[in-house]
Design a binder for this molecule. Structure first.
Ligand code: XMP
Length: 512
């Protein structure tokens, strides 16, 4: 495995992903972790990431020299290169200007990383400091028009350093360089794939669970569906899946997944219709945070009740399964201090302490795209694997103002049309999320010869990679026109459709 030491770069996760895409397992650890701990992980190679600090500055993260003593190949990227230079006797200097963006890297010396490449390569730079003298034992093997030392290596000690970022797509031969590092330098084997992963995790879960039982909240989303199918393969009916209908689901949301799973996977699955309970509690509430809290708490109550019923049947439920993913697990060094609560996200986070159960998180090593690949490996169809994210509080936070049956009906119909048109036009897979929002206002319209005074639907369709930032999707006008026409014609109570063209930040993806 490859251990990536994170010095706080925005793109550290990309390094991990590139390595995994090449078939080698990789893990990210914060730079404060001591070298003996890293050594105990038995890495086959170490990559030092980039970072925003300046080597030598007060508080700047330092290189733990013990990492170099582990005796495995090391690759330093950007800040990682500067750390190597600084600690091994080279010299750094500040560039007059920070350098961002593309540069032409000329291979001016030998390096195993250049195997199979031409004479030069387009790379992507992002740095302020630079190495002005290479440490002893290092050869300068790459330069650009502004950098005398853009890459250096010590082939004997197998230490490599790149000033640019090979992990980003804009570095055209970046993947080839990482590939050379993994296979030509570190002689790793490409055996990380989702087939092996699924087999290993199924086995591990089986062992961990032993004779006990596991419960799992199934939402119909990708993560919980993959968790359920994976654990089902491991422990069969000792997995108790609970699907809670909270009354604010989309049209057929859930039923589709539940029916599909029942048919194909012989899941031990209970469908709990708690919609009346949720809707009663939501009646008259228009404050977004209140809505979120009510739904979160009610969910926990219902889930607890169901779990207790299972336990009352004499079953020993020891674990709660969750679809936690790797990005939630990584302790990033770039997150400084507590951040403000923008929205209270509803998930089952509060459950384990309350219920005295251990967590089982089979996906905690995976990125989202890997989860989808595991799902495909397990035979879950694309239509389930590529479902857009759907928030726990569901349509409640897309109905601005009070939630009523009538308003739910309007939004469900409008939303179904948005989903249908996204799919029909081929845009469903291209966007992160697309949905309808029902606004708390009425406007005047004319239909036939009569005046109407009806509701407004907003379309929220966004592109994103991680939901942290997003931009409104540039959907072709004819697709938008079709959505608008259909919503106005087919949904009673709506006479106007508007398009949300706000990026995040400042505007969050959901309206509440
Ligand atoms: P925001 O609105 O914060 O949403 O920009 C970011 C992403 O998270 C989803 N979302 C939620 N998901 N529980 C969830 O599981 C929640 O309470 C929740 N609130 C928002 C939202 O759909 C978007 O993809």
């Amino acid at each position: 495995k490859v251990i990536i030491i994170d010095y706080g770069s925005q793109v550290t996760q990309l390094i991990a992903r590139r390595v995994r895409e090449l078939g080698v397992y990789s893990e990210i650890h914060p730079c404060q972790v001591k070298a003996d701990k890293i050594k105990a992980l038995q890495p086959d190679a170490i990559i030092l990431s980039g970072g925003p600090a300046s080597v030598g500055e007060e508080d700047a993260p330092k290189l733990d020299m013990g990492l170099l003593e582990i005796g495995v190949p090391v690759l330093g990227i950007c800040y990682g290169m500067q750390l190597l230079a600084h600690n091994l006797g080279g010299e750094l200097s500040q560039s007059e200007t920070r350098e961002y963006g593309p540069a032409e890297l000329e291979f001016c010396g030998k390096s195993t990383l250049w195997n199979g490449l031409g004479k030069s390569s387009r790379v992507w730079m992002s740095h302020g400091d630079k190495v002005s003298k290479a440490p002893q034992g290092f050869d300068v093997c790459g330069k650009t028009s502004t950098l005398g030392i853009a890459a250096m290596c010590d082939e004997k000690r197998k230490i490599y350093a790149l000033q640019f970022h090979p992990e980003v797509h804009h570095s055209l031969d970046g993947t080839a360089m990482i590939k050379n590092f993994l296979f030509e330098v570190a002689h790793l084997k490409a055996d990380w794939n989702m087939h092996n992963f699924a087999e290993r995790v199924i086995e591990e879960c089986r062992e961990k669970v032993g004779g006990g039982h596991v419960i799992c909240a199934l939402s119909g989303g990708v993560d919980s569906t993959v968790v359920a199918v994976l654990l089902n393969k491991a422990i069969g009916h000792k997995l108790h899946c609970i699907f809670v209908n909270n009354g604010v689901l989309r049209e057929n949301e859930g039923e589709e997944v539940v029916n599909y799973l029942r048919e194909h996977f012989d899941l031990n699955l209970k469908y709990v219709d708690a919609s009346k309970l949720f809707l009663d509690k939501l009646a008259g509430v228009d404050d977004p945070e209140k809505k979120r809290k009510i739904i979160g708490h009610t969910f926990i109550d219902v889930f607890e009740q169901e779990a207790n019923a299972i336990k009352a049947g004499g079953v020993s439920v020891k674990f709660l399964a969750q679809g936690t993913l790797y990005p939630d697990v990584i302790e990033s060094v770039s997150h400084k201090g507590p951040s403000a609560v923008i929205k209270s996200h509803h998930n089952v986070g509060g459950l384990p302490e309350k219920m005295d159960m251990d967590l089982i998180e089979p996906l905690r090593e995976l990125f989202k795209d890997e989860v989808r690949a595991v799902g495909a490996e397990l035979g879950i169809p694309e239509s389930v694997l590529w479902r857009h994210p759907f928030p726990g509080p569901g349509l409640a936070i897309r109905i601005i103002g009070k939630i009523t049956e009538e308003r739910l009906n309007i939004l469900r119909k409008a939303d179904t049309i948005v989903q249908e048109e996204l799919r029909a036009s081929g845009w469903y897979r291209k966007v992160w999320q697309g949905f309808a929002v029902l606004l708390p206002l009425k406007t005047v319209g004319v239909m036939g010869d009569g005046r109407t005074y009806e509701s407004v639907i907003a379309l929220r369709i966004v592109d994103s990679v991680d939901a942290m930032t997003a931009d409104w999707s540039r959907i072709p006008e004819d697709v938008l026109a079709k959505m608008s026409t259909r919503i106005i014609n087919e949904v009673r109570g709506v006479n106007r459709v508007v398009l949300d063209i706000s990026p995040k930040p400042p505007s969050t993806i959901e309206w509440e």
